[in-house]
Every structure is written in structure tokens, then in C-alpha cells.
Write a protein that binds this ligand. Structure first.
Ligand SMILES: Cc1cc2nc3c(=O)[nH]c(=O)nc-3n(C[C@H](O)[C@H](O)[C@H](O)COP(=O)(O)O)c2cc1C
Length: 364
């Protein structure tokens, strides 16, 4: 109904249908049009770079409290939790870790050393990291790496990741990144486990309802929220994207057709690419998760430079069945935190996922 009305209105207004053929992309929205309360333009700029970090469902769970001049508390926003798939805030803290890494890079280029202390004692604590900015010599990290990184899902080539590239991507991890090339037993096992966990999750209504809440079905919703999963971010483009934006809404996510298509898509993705990378952590505490999120982001930024796509497929870590399977095949010292499909690309696409303005996540 909603779609029919929208299409009718477009036709009546004489707007060519093609104009709605593209979903809202990052470049369609101004980076930051409002000043953020309690911080200067330079700080707002650092925080905007930080916010280009990846996050589960693009929930952007960060919240900044200004504690004094050059002193911030990075917190987890309780309204941005995704408890049906992340009840323990594992992914929330990994995402905040990625945010912290970007923040540290952007601060260093602006001439600050961002000292970070993890203050969260448990993964449920809302205050996570205390950041203190101290003047330092400006760093030379190319900031466009932050603006050009994105999650890619399609177009993975099957060529094995070269030894030199594996070495470079492993550098931030000190033995905690593992690459399993396509065709190996381990890669097949991860592929099967991923698709099976995706299937299990797809039929868990609570998880499906939560996902529906983070999908921005219309361009209007996408512009309003500037977060979540847009058609462009999900790589549903062209006519298919237009169809979703015009004719689908949250109610469809519970339907059999949507569930089946999702599973088929996951199986197709999981079969493509150069295999899998697993990033593990030394422990499961808040500080371990922050540190792992930071390492992941460093690798994602390096991967972009090498035309390598990384696609987190997290369901196997979110579903009990997947976690049991992993535990039965590994010792307790193996704590996987990221399951990443990996592959070279012919051309690394432009980032499209939306971001909120710094003003919306900074509290003076
Ligand atoms: C902890 C974490 C878990 C994620 N899990 C998934 C996943 O299971 N499937 C997926 O397609 N993307 C996953 N992503 C990628 C996010 O959806 C993506 O970062 C977000 O939509 C923003 O898009 P961008 O990375 O292109 O900026 C995950 C990202 C993080 C940080």
C-alpha cells in the first residue's frame, strides 16, 4: 500500500522513476551540519572520523561525554544495543574499539596523542574508555583511509590472498589472525557453520525483529536516522533496491520469502571469495574486546589499501549452535571474535553506509 501510494505520487509529480532508483548514500548527506555541544570544531572533526568505524547493524553504539578540556568518556549507548544477537555487548565493545582506533588515528594527525584507559569493569558498564588528549607532533597517517574503508559483500575474487598481503594484514594481531584459504578443510567448515548459523538466526523471531528495526527501508527513514542498514549498504541496488524501498517494510522481515532469500544470499556469499580470516582475542573482558576491535579496524584499513574486501559474517558467533561447534573443535584458549570472509576485488567500491553527526552522539 505504502509503495503504491509513493509510486502514484511520483508519477503524478512527473518525477522520473529513475530518480528514486538510487538509495541514500553517505555522499548524499552533509558530513556534519550541526555544531556539537561543548566541543570545538577540531574535536568534532576528530569524532566524525572516529564515527566512520564499522559497527554491528551499523548501530553506531558510541556516546561521548565531555569530561573536561581534551578529556572524553567513550560510552556504549544503551538505546543502541542489539541484545537479540549481542546479549553480552561483545559486538558493541568491538565496535567501540574500532571507533577508538579511528579516534586515535584522527587525533594523532590533528597533533594529539590520545591516551586511552578502559574504565569499564564489565561489558555491561555504560562508561567504557577515558580518553585524554595531549599535544604531540602531528602524525602523517593518510586520513582518507578512514573515509574510504567499507564493508564489501559482493564481487569477491577466488584468488588466494598472497603471502605478503596476509603478513601485512596480520601485523596488528601478534599471532591472533588466522587465514584459511578457500578449498581447505577449515575454510569449508567455517563456510558450512556460517550458513547453518545464518539459517538458525533467520528463524529466531526475536533476532529477525531486531534486524527489522535496524533496516532503513525508505530513503526518508535513512535520512532521518543516518544509521542502520540501508539498501545501498546491503548492496541491494538498482531495480531491486528501488523495489525494497517502495514496497517493503518491517513487517516483511518476518515473512517466509524474506527469510528464504536471506539464507540463499548468505549461502551465495559464503561460497565466494578467497577463504576466511578469523581474529581471536586473549580474553573476553571489556579491555580485551576494545583491543580486538582496534586491531580489527587497523586490518580493515590496511585491507582497503590492497583492494581486499573483508565481510564480517558473525552469525556463527551469535548463535548457540555455532558457538558449541567451535568450542567442541578448539581449546578454551581459542576465543574467536571476528569471522571474516575475505577476497580481492577488481575495484573497491565507494563507502555508502550512513553516519550520524557528531552532535547526535556528544553530550557536554
Ligand atoms: C562487530 C561487528 C559485527 C558485524 N557483523 C556483520 C555481519 O554479521 N554481517 C554483515 O553483513 N556485516 C557485519 N558487520 C558490518 C557492519 O554491518 C558494517 O560495519 C556497518 O553496516 C557499517 O558499514 P561500513 O562497514 O561499510 O561502514 C559487522 C561489523 C562489526 C563491527
Amino acid at each position: 500500500m505504502k509503495g503504491t501510494i509513493a509510486t502514484g505520487l511520483l508519477a503524478a509529480a512527473g518525477v522520473p522513476l529513475l530518480s528514486s532508483c538510487s538509495g541514500v548514500k553517505r555522499s548524499d548527506l552533509p558530513a556534519s551540519e550541526e555544531p556539537a555541544g561543548g566541543i570545538d570544531d577540531e574535536s568534532a572533526r576528530i569524532l566524525w572520523y572516529a564515527s566512520l568505524a564499522p559497527s554491528g547493524h551499523n548501530s553506531q553504539p558510541w556516546l561521548i561525554k565531555v569530561a573536561g578540556k581534551g578529556e572524553w568518556i567513550i560510552g556504549g549507548d544503551p538505546r543502541r544495543r542489539i541484545p537479540a544477537v549481542d546479549p553480552d555487548n561483545r559486538e558493541l565493545l568491538l565496535s567501540i574499539g574500532a571507533f577508538a582506533e579511528n579516534l586515535s588515528i584522527a587525533a594523532s594527525v590533528a597533533g594529539y596523542d590520545a591516551a586511552m584507559e578502559v574504565i569499564a569493569k564489565s561489558a555491561q558498564d555504560e562508561e567504557v574508555i577515558r580518553v585524554t588528549l595531549k599535544k604531540a607532533n602531528p602524525g602523517t597517517y593518510p586520513l582518507e583511509r578512514l573515509t574510504l574503508r567499507r564493508t564489501v559483500k559482493n564481487g569477491f575474487l577466488s584468488r588466494e590472498i598472497g603471502k605478503e598481503d596476509v603478513k601485512v594484514l596480520s601485523e596488528p594481531h601478534a599471532g591472533k589472525l588466522f587465514y584459511y584459504p578457500r578449498g581447505t578443510d577449515h575454510a569449508r567448515c567455517i563456510q558450512e557453520g556460517t550458513v547453518e548459523s545464518y539459517r538458525v538466526q533467520t528463524y529466531r523471531d526475536e533476532a529477525q525483529r531486531e534486524l527489522a528495526n535496524w533496516i532503513r527501508f525508505s530513503n526518508e527513514d535513512a535520512r532521518k536516522h543516518r544509521d542502520g542498514l540501508t539498501t545501498e549498504g546491503m548492496e541491494i541496488t538498482g531495480f531491486s533496491g528501488w523495489f525494497v524501498r517502495q514496497f517493503m517494510d518491517q513487517g516483511d522481515v518476518a515473512g517466509e520469502r524474506f527469510r528464504k532469500q536471506g539464507i540463499d544470499m548468505a549461502a551465495k556469499w559464503a561460497a565466494e571469495g578467497a577463504g576466511w580470516m578469523i581474529i581471536t582475542s586473549g580474553g573476553s573482558g571489556a579491555a580485551d574486546l576494545i583491543e580486538t576491535g582496534r586491531r580489527f579496524e587497523r586490518t580493515a584499513l590496511l585491507a582497503r589499501e590492497r583492494n581486499i574486501a573483508l565481510h564480517p559474517m558473525t552469525q556463527v558467533l551469535e548463535e548457540e549452535k555455532g558457538r558449541r561447534e567451535i568450542a567442541s573443535n578448539h581449546g578454551t584458549d581459542v576465543i574467536p571474535q571476528f569471522v571474516l570472509r575475505v577476497g580481492y576485488l577488481d575495484k573497491y567500491p565507494t563507502p555508502v553506509s550512513l553516519r550520524r553527526t557528531a552532535a547526535s552522539f556528544v553530550r557536554a
